[in-house]
Design a protein around this ligand. Structure first.
Ligand code: ASP
Length: 307
């Protein structure tokens, strides 16, 4: 019998209210999710690796302007875009991450290059930009990253001198993907513009291995979205992996304990996507909604926004 394979993606969690969403906008979000989902699934179906699948799905979400990653990344305090991304290969525990990078069209592809070609795990700021150029990554001028919606959010945040979670209605637009391939290998990737109006080189959980991103063939692969500071303090992704490994909990039970219990206790709004070594998928969140989708070889296919 062929091994089960599959993937899950997210486009951020938060206060996503049906009352504030037009049918047209909802259709656009669903289209963006579905395109990324199918991109990753096709790679898995054709026998490609989970690392290739998560990279391609996240790059597709980065290119989609409604999500807070790549094109569509939020503005920081000084009107720039500082992006964070990470990728992890569960078969070797190899990982690569970038934080505070500007100019790379697809930060997740730079993160993969860090994993494979830098001899390091995490590169930051100007050094990461320089590495991206040296690796011949696709670079884009500032105006590529401009979107009116993000600009308006930044202007609002500036007026109120607030650091915002992606926008007006408290949404985290970070993107991510987790996948299990036919060979039984797990991978995870996450990419984000971080928080609107962020200052001082602030970095969230997305590029922090074990917090916002983690994959281990022995357990599961996880990508998070939410208030980064609380996800770092809770070491969310690694905690869930440990609960399944050391306590023998199911993925669903472990993910629920962390997202609905531990995070809620300290005010950590958000959610995550996870897939385990058997191909079981969990997509819990403690916010109003989470842009999410999953597809596996047993025929499960979902594209969802609300509870
Ligand atoms: N977790 C991200 C961060 O704190 C935000 C998000 O999920 O949108 O940078």
């Amino acid at each position: 019998m062929e091994r089960k394979f599959g993937l899950a993606i997210h486009g951020g969690a938060g206060t996503i209210l049906k009352s504030l969403m037009s049918d047209e906008l909802q259709a656009q979000y669903e289209e963006g999710l579905e395109a990324a989902l199918n991109t990753g699934y096709t790679i898995l179906e054709q026998g490609g690796t989970s690392v290739d699948a998560v990279e391609a799905a996240v790059a597709s979400l980065e290119d989609f302007p409604l999500f807070n990653a790549g094109k569509g990344a939020v503005f920081n305090h000084i009107g720039g875009h500082e992006m964070d991304a990470a990728i992890m290969d569960g078969s070797t525990l190899a990982a690569g991450a970038v934080c505070g990078i500007s100019g790379a069209k697809n930060p997740v592809i730079v993160a993969r290059a860090v994993m494979e070609h830098s001899g390091h795990v995490m590169l930051a700021g100007e050094g990461a930009d320089e590495f991206a150029v040296q690796q011949k990554m696709e670079m884009r001028p500032d105006d590529y990253f401009f979107t009116q919606q993000r600009y308006d959010q930044w202007q609002d945040a500036l007026k109120e001198d607030k650091v915002q979670l992606d926008h007006t209605d408290k949404k985290f637009g970070t993107v991510g993907c987790v996948a299990l391939d036919k060979a039984g290998n797990l991978a995870a990737a996450t990419s984000t513009g971080g928080l609107t109006n962020k200052k001082f080189g602030r970095v969230g959980d997305s590029p922090v291995i074990g917090a916002g991103t983690y994959a281990n063939n022995d357990t599961c692969a996880i990508s998070c979205t939410g208030v980064g500071e609380l996800f770092i303090r809770s070491v969310v992704a690694h905690d869930i992996s440990c609960l399944t490994e050391y306590k023998g909990m199911s993925l669903a039970a472990a993910a629920d304990l962390v997202v609905m219990g531990k995070l809620v206790k300290i005010g950590g709004e958000g959610g995550l996507i996870a897939i385990d070594k058997d191909g079981t998928i969990a997509m819990p969140f403690n916010s109003e909604g989470m842009y999410r989708a999953c597809r596996d070889s047993s025929g499960r296919k979902e594209v969802l926004i609300y509870k």
